[in-house]
Design a protein around this ligand. Structure first.
Ligand SMILES: NC(=O)c1ccc[n+]([C@@H]2O[C@H](COP(=O)([O-])OP(=O)(O)OC[C@H]3O[C@@H](n4cnc5c(N)ncnc54)[C@H](O)[C@@H]3O)[C@@H](O)[C@H]2O)c1
Length: 362
């Protein structure tokens, strides 16, 4: 087990992508469980998907922080690709811990909108790294730990399962994956050069209430409700390691508190305080089983009628460019170092999603 070496109490934490699905859930978990914390959130609130969801999540954070008198919440609507803004935020708030979740997500969208990925995932992340680097200027304590989102998509069409962080991942099959792998490489260089403790987290298909409408479970639900047909890719021969958002947030919180140690090598130069972990359920589900469970939970929650004709609204179609047939996380390193592995069963997670969906939309 790794020792806690970053105390969150009394600290300032910068969360980028704070209005996003994982970001908002992380901010709420930190407010619930850490005393006397200052959280600065930044998000461009772009319209990649319905902005109302981002506003809803920010509203949830606001109502939670009203009860937490000793802690503070600052939200900045802005773009991490704006270097001046990022430098100003670091100069004003001096965050001790930075969690970079802002990114253009989605594999398919990267085929039609590559610019968004270069802007947010590369330029934006570079600005965060530069700001972390300069946080130590003038002998300041600076950033104690940079935690950032990578993705299971870096494994591309890796044949070996489960996917381990020891596997060579130099064959991305989408620009999205290439930007996430680039983030790991950039973080490595900055950790080595400037001794910035950094940890990358490869998330595996995260789902849950108020999640992302571009993801299958949410998109399928929207389509079925409208009476449209859902497309099941690769004729259903896909396996995904679905990870419930609370498990991801718990993992991120534990990781935030254990920064890779700063050490010098025999040459007197820093050994990069750098780490990368998988966070996934380590239990891939067949796409058709997943659709079956989703159907059952949607009818159970009252989103769809008991006699809904699912068979008439499903179409099996070939694989899409950029997609991969299987994702399967080896989480042994996470378990060993943090005594934790995601464990929420898919049915339980989809039940919570279906209940939230019913309340939110109907
Ligand atoms: N959800 C998943 O299954 C999954 C899987 C692997 C990796 N990830 C990664 O985890 C992170 C969070 O994902 P999420 O599912 O919460 O996605 P999300 O789209 O809900 O959240 C990302 C947030 O970042 C914001 N954003 C995008 N570009 C920005 C920019 N340039 N400046 C400021 N804000 C910007 C968006 O408005 C959005 O609110 C992302 O880095 C994503 O790539 C997610």
């Amino acid at each position: 087990m790794r020792e806690v070496n970053v105390l969150l109490e009394g600290k300032t934490i910068l969360v980028t992508g704070a209005a996003g699905f994982i970001g908002a859930n992380l901010v709420m978990e930190l407010f619930r469980t850490v005393e006397n914390v200052s959280i600065v959130g930044i998000d461009s609130c772009n319209d990649y998907y319905d902005v109302k969801l981002k506003e809803y999540r920010l509203g949830e954070i606001e109502s939670l922080t009203e009860q937490k008198k000793k802690s503070s919440w600052t939200f900045i609507k802005g773009n991490i690709a704006d270097k001046t803004l990022i430098d100003e935020i670091f100069a004003q708030y001096k965050p001790s811990v930075v969690v970079n979740l802002a990114a253009q997500a989605g594999v398919r969208y990267s085929i039609t909108n590559p610019d968004a990925y270069i802007e947010s995932n590369l330029i934006g992340f570079y600005n965060i790294l530069e700001a972390c680097r300069h946080s130590y200027d003038g002998g300041e304590n600076g950033v104690e730990h940079l935690v950032y989102a990578s993705s299971s998509s870096v494994y591309g069409s890796n044949k070996k399962v489960p996917y381990s962080t020891e596997d060579k991942v130099d064959n991305p099959v989408s620009l999205y994956a290439a930007t996430k792998k680039s983030n790991e490489l950039m973080a490595h260089a900055y950790s080595k050069l400037y001794n910035i403790p950094s940890t990358g987290l490869r998330f595996f298909t995260v789902y849950g209430p108020a999640g992302r409408p571009d993801m299958a479970y949410f998109g399928f639900t929207n389509k079925l409700l409208k009476g449209e047909t859902i497309q099941i890719f690769n004729y259903g021969n896909c396996k995904r390691d679905f990870t419930y958002v609370d498990d991801i947030v718990e993992g991120v919180k534990r990781v935030m508190q254990c920064a890779p140690e700063k050490k010098n090598g025999e040459d007197g130069l820093p050994i990069p305080p750098y780490a990368v972990y998988n966070i996934g359920n380590s239990n891939p589900e067949n796409l058709l089983d997943f659709v079956q469970i989703l159907q059952e939970e949607l009818t159970r929650a009252g989103v769809l009628d008991q006699d809904y004709d699912f068979e008439a609204h499903k179409k099996l179609v070939p694989m899409q460019p950029g997609d991969v047939p299987v994702t399967f996380a080896d989480t042994s390193a996470l378990e060993e170092d943090f005594g934790f592995r995601p464990s929420t069963p898919l049915r339980e997670g989809l039940r919570r999603f279906a209940q939230w969906y019913h309340k939110f939309y109907q």
